[in-house]
Ligand binder design. Structure first.
Ligand SMILES: *[C@@H]1O[C@H](CO)[C@@H](O)[C@H](O)[C@H]1NC(C)=O
Ligand SMILES: *[C@@H]1O[C@H](CO)[C@@H](O)[C@H](O)[C@H]1NC(C)=O
Ligand SMILES: *[C@@H]1O[C@H](CO)[C@@H](O)[C@H](O)[C@H]1NC(C)=O
Ligand SMILES: *[C@@H]1O[C@H](CO)[C@@H](O)[C@H](O)[C@H]1NC(C)=O
Ligand SMILES: *[C@@H]1O[C@H](CO)[C@@H](O)[C@H](O)[C@H]1NC(C)=O
Ligand SMILES: *[C@@H]1O[C@H](CO)[C@@H](O)[C@H](O)[C@H]1NC(C)=O
Length: 512
């Protein structure tokens, strides 16, 4: 049963007691910078979004809103899109077609480009996503080089780039050709008005698959990077950042990274270390100065499950909220991506399910929304602590000084919360409250309301502007209405700042 919105807001406010206070400067720590949250529509999932299987223009707009809008109550406001750079000879089925599908004969010959300006609707999707004004990271990643550049002469079934160590080919060394090829892809996008910000040349290089796949060790990746980086720099793409290596899991990427780091200069060419979550979950931070992204993970096997928190299944929203939060707070991630945003599927491979012209949203989308709508690209993670092991808390400071806090209650008991924000700033609070009842995830949980006005005078602002940090304290639900102790009772946001926002809604508020 659902609490009506108004009651829900009231309850949330009673739970909420922001405390502005000066505190010791040495408490203040900032951690990694956030790049954002996103999905991919590779393997023609962008074409599916564009109506390949009957999605009407009206519902195409709806799906775009759900993924990329952060206004109203409708969207997750994603800020990263991961496109696929094709390697196949055709666009049949869900192959991604190469921009140079036929061999020019030898590595030094000019590649024979074919470009239709659409790239299987990825150009359309990218332009539409950019139009929402939030997409800051356009990441293009190649699952494989074209067949003729590889040891196995096929873009599927593993194989390596001809010319990296231990991968000789009778046709010669194709590393420079592959670098040129990737740069031409950037140029084709530039012609459509899209600047790709990040480039990857591998996907799951530790796995031999019957679809586009290419194997690489960390040493072999280094052999290609020493050509790719200078070629980018010499071609007017010095500001395009290289992402590597998209291994199937955190540990697999760690192994590749240590090989890569053992080659002098190789890791300096990288801006982002990327790993997937499938084979091993994100764990301790990598020992490296680069940004860290979790670039692909999903529940690929579980039957479609739109619920927030029901039976503890892998596909449920709350589990993904926890994975995102852990990746950010424990594993030092600057970005977290689900595999697919929207596609025709019977599993939990996507956040949104398409079935001809029917659109079904999973609570996983709202798990992303709790982060992506509020934590802006460029935000810094700050210290956040909880006094309960089953309650996760994360906090971020946006570029405008706004503080965003997510509180995730993984215990199946209702809890009141008190959040103390140390330092000064506008507060945006996100709520992950939960009780044992099943929550309805078919409605967006995101609503906002201004906080009640508090007439008490604000505490004196600290003389300097320290970095905020957040402390979460649980409260017995029975005591929520009682005034909180200490100065928090009368605390109010300093009048010079925007009113606090308690953004909340159905799936994230306590039910009765
Ligand atoms: C390709 O060009 C490179 C550099 O100019 C040269 O060293 C190499 O021998 C050429 N390879 C072939 C197969 O012609
Ligand atoms: C490449 O591999 C795929 C998948 O095994 C196979 O169907 C296809 O015939 C191969 N292509 C070539 C050119 O050998
Ligand atoms: C990849 O798998 C294919 C098909 O199972 C096999 O023929 C090939 O030898 C494998 N390649 C490598 C490098 O393991
Ligand atoms: C893309 O990059 C070019 C070159 O740096 C720049 O002139 C152009 O304004 C950029 N376009 C967009 C849409 O950011
Ligand atoms: C976290 O990542 C940043 C780069 O985003 C890096 O500078 C920093 O050293 C990393 N922190 C830890 C604890 O590994
Ligand atoms: C969830 O909400 C939708 C839309 O309000 C409604 O149609 C549906 O019956 C609800 N489902 C459950 C399980 O309450």
């Amino acid at each position: 049963m659902f609490v009506p919105y108004r009651f829900c807001f009231l309850l949330c406010w009673l739970h909420l007691s922001p405390l502005y206070a000066a505190s010791k400067q040495d408490d203040r720590v900032t951690y990694q910078t956030i790049d954002g949250f996103g999905v991919s529509q590779a393997f023609q999932r962008s074409a599916q979004m564009h109506g390949k299987f009957g999605l009407s223009p009206e519902n195409q707009k709806k799906v775009l809103d759900l993924l990329f809008s952060n206004t109203g109550s409708e969207g997750a406001g994603l800020t990263i899109l991961r496109n696929g750079i094709g390697s196949s000879t055709s666009s049949e089925k869900d192959f991604m077609k190469s921009i140079a599908p036929t061999s020019p004969g030898s590595p030094n010959a000019t590649l024979k480009y074919e470009w239709d300006g659409k790239d299987e609707s990825q150009v359309w999707l990218t332009q539409e996503a950019i139009a929402y004004g939030r997409l800051k990271t356009i990441y293009a990643d190649a699952w494989s080089a074209p067949a003729y550049m590889k040891t196995n002469n096929n873009d599927s079934n593993g194989g390596s780039i001809c010319g990296v160590s231990n991968a000789p080919c009778t046709t010669g060394d194709w590393r420079q050709a592959y670098a040129n090829y990737l740069i031409q892809y950037l140029r084709f996008y530039q012609e459509t008005g899209i600047n790709i910000t990040h480039l990857g040349f591998l996907n799951e290089p530790d796995l031999n698959q019957t679809y586009a796949s290419m194997l690489s060790s960390g040493f072999q990746a280094a052999d290609f990077l020493q050509i790719l980086r200078p070629t980018l720099d010499a071609s007017g793409f010095a500001n395009v950042k290289i992402v590597c290596c998209e291994a199937t899991g955190w540990d697999q990427q760690a192994a590749m990274l240590s090989e890569l780091q053992s080659i002098p200069g190789a890791s300096d060419t990288l801006s982002v270390i990327a790993a997937h979550g499938y084979a091993s979950d994100p764990k301790l931070p990598y020992r490296a100065p680069q940004r860290v992204w979790q670039t692909e993970w999903a529940d690929l096997n579980g039957r479609w499950n739109p619920s927030w928190d029901d039976l503890g299944k892998f596909g449920e929203g709350i589990g993904w909220a926890n994975k995102i939060q852990q990746a950010l707070t424990v594993s030092n991630c600057s970005a977290f991506l689900y595999w697919i945003g929207a596609e025709t599927t019977s599993t939990n491979s996507a956040l949104i399910k398409l079935d001809k012209d029917t659109v079904t949203v999973s609570a996983r989308l709202w798990a992303f929304a709790h982060f992506s709508r509020f934590v802006e690209p460029g935000a810094k993670r700050v210290r956040a602590e909880s006094d309960k092991g089953f309650v996760g808390v994360s906090a971020f400071v946006n570029g405008d000084g706004g503080v965003v806090v997510q509180v995730l209650n993984l215990g199946h008991v209702g809890l009141g919360v008190r959040i103390e924000i140390l330092g000064i700033g506008r507060i945006i609070l996100r709520w992950f409250l939960h009780t044992t009842q099943t929550l309805n995830a078919s409605k967006p949980p995101l609503q906002s309301v201004d906080s009640p006005k508090n007439t008490a005078s604000p505490p004196a602002p600290p003389s300097s502007s320290p970095t905020p940090s957040a402390t979460f304290q649980s409260h017995d639900p029975a005591t929520q209405a009682r005034p909180l102790t200490g100065s928090s009772t009368n605390a109010a946001p300093p009048s010079s700042l925007s009113p606090s926002l308690c953004r909340t809604g159905r799936t994230s508020c306590p039910t009765q």
